[in-house]
Design a protein around this ligand. Structure first.
Ligand SMILES: Nc1ncnc2c1ncn2[C@@H]1O[C@H](COP(=O)(O)OP(=O)(O)OP(=O)(O)O)[C@@H](O)[C@H]1O
Ligand SMILES: [Mg+2]
Length: 112
């Protein structure tokens, strides 16, 4: 199993969600986060003054998937989150050791 952590632009959440549902993802977690990448959260010049915001709002999506679904999920996220501009975000894929559905006791992929 894999655990996918995607950081995306908040405005892309609905499109990414739709793309993930379309490939059969049945559960996910989202949270509002703040962060920065290579541009260090540097923003635009406003009325002659350059404003620097260290942390920009992003949405984090976490999804546990069977290993066979990981690439498909990453492709779906990229396809729906990409605007081509800086700050579009990143996708990290981690190995997932175990999963458990609390109600039934199902474990592993069956718990997803
Ligand atoms: N190395 C990192 N580790 C953890 N989170 C990161 C990392 N890089 C980026 N992020 C998160 O992803 C968000 C979006 O990053 P961003 O897309 O700006 O990356 P980038 O490397 O600057 O690429 P780009 O040049 O396309 O902007 C950041 O605000 C931060 O929350
Ligand atoms: Mg950036």
């Amino acid at each position: 199993m894999k655990y996918i952590v995607a950081i995306i632009q908040p405005s892309r959440l609905a499109a990414v969600h739709e793309a993930l549902v379309a490939i059969g993802i049945e559960g996910l977690t989202t949270s509002e986060v703040q962060g920065y990448g290579r541009q260090k959260g540097k923003t635009e010049v406003y009325r002659g003054t350059e404003y620097t915001v260290n942390f920009l709002p992003k949405v984090k999506i976490e999804i546990a998937v069977g290993a066979d679904m990981a690439e498909k999920a990453c492709d779906a996220i990229k396809g729906a989150a990409e605007s081509g501009k800086i700050g579009d975000g990143k996708v990290f894929v981690l190995d997932l050791e175990s999963a458990l559905r609390i109600r039934t006791g199902e474990a592993g992929v069956a718990a997803l």
